[in-house]
Design a protein around this ligand. Structure first.
Ligand code: HSE
Length: 332
């Protein structure tokens, strides 16, 4: 299967590294060959019709001098000529316009490509429209990496909870805010200092207000709600409160009563909410650091709780790569 990767940030570079390492294993295990023929950056692209040398691209010190580099190449203009089967959209999330991801996804579908994405913006704003478009052109959009990084929540429901109705969802969907609240609790440090730590560790969004104001978690909740609860909703439908006003004193007061303050995303009875909430110290939401939790209430399997890494390049690439392999298997 021929793929084009759009975006060259942390997740994209991790994906390209893992693809370089594991292509043979994937071929042996699943009988599919994944060939990356294009990688788009903001100012151009690496393009090679016979497949790119991924290690070389990731380690390149001066990418503009690479033989496969094409200055100013733009996915939307070139998509028709790439002869690709699948577009992997990994540009940064934007919840105001959802661009440039939205145009990339539409172009890919219109050019007969399946789509894998880790970009939350297009699905948080236009989930119903994008799924309609994919159905019309008989292509798929897989988006495991958009919510809770490495936790395989959509795959779990799609493949192993087929006859279940998902009744509600509750989770810690943002690693940065969980890290901040955990550190404020264990070290009694103020918000601003721990935010800087989280940024240094590399899992905060480029604009950290996306994390601390609950924008990132709200986008993820909307995707979960559309995909799993079959509720047509959009980013604007989420009641959202961030964690900026949580003080070490409030955390200490809660702790004395046996509670932790966690930033929870919930869809119960169709109401979407992201807000700081008290949880008991022995609850399944009492996880530390940048971990995410997703708890589903279902009619047949009842309650299921998944805990795992919600951020990080390789962790997120794990989900992106699984979606790519799934599409390759389905296209065989
Ligand atoms: N900034 C996000 C987080 C990254 O902290 O969870 C993953 O979406």
């Amino acid at each position: 299967m021929r793929i084009a990767v759009i975006g060259f940030g942390t997740v994209s570079k991790s994906l390209l590294k893992v693809l370089a390492e594991k292509s043979k294993l994937i071929l042996n295990a699943y009988g599919v060959e994944i060939k990356t023929v294009a990688v788009f950056k903001r100012d151009g692209a690496f393009i090679n019709n016979n497949g790119l040398d991924l290690e070389r691209i990731v380690n390149s010190q001066n990418y503009r001098n690479e033989v496969d580099w094409v200055n100013s190449a733009d996915f939307n203009k070139l998509a028709g000529e790439l002869n690709c089967d699948c577009a992997v959209e990994l540009t940064p999330t934007n919840v105001e316009t959802s661009e440039p991801g939205l145009s990339h996804i539409k172009t890919a579908l219109e050019q007969n490509m399946d789509v894998v994405t880790a970009n939350k913006g297009p699905l948080a704003l236009y989930y119903p429209e994008l799924m309609d478009l994919a159905n019309q052109v008989k292509k798929r959009i897989l988006f495991e990496a958009t919510v809770a990084g490495a936790i395989p929540i959509f795959n779990l429901v799609r493949n192993t909870l087929r006859a279940n109705k998902i009744i509600s969802v509750k989770g810690i969907l943002n690693g940065t805010t969980n890290y901040i609240l955990s550190r404020m609790t264990s070290e009694k440090l103020p918000f601003k200092i721990v935010l800087k730590e989280a940024q240094k560790l590399g899992f905060a969004e480029a604009d950290p207000s996306y994390d601390v104001d609950g924008i990132d978690a709200a986008a993820k909740l909307v995707i979960l709600s559309n995909a799993l609860l079959k509720q047509e909703c959009r980013f604007k439908d989420v009641n959202r409160q961030g964690i900026k006003d949580i003080t070490p004193e409030a955390i200490e007061l809660a702790r004395k009563d046996g509670f932790l303050i966690k930033h929870l995303a919930t869809n119960e009875n169709g109401v979407l909410e992201v807000a700081p909430r008290l949880v008991e110290v022995d609850s399944s939401f009492a996880v530390n650091g940048s971990l995410n939790v997703v708890k589903l209430q279902t009619d047949l399997a009842k309650d299921l709780t998944l805990i795992g890494r919600g951020a990080g390049g390789v962790e997120t690439a794990s989900s992106v790569l699984n979606d790519i392999i799934e599409i390759a298997i389905l296209r065989r």
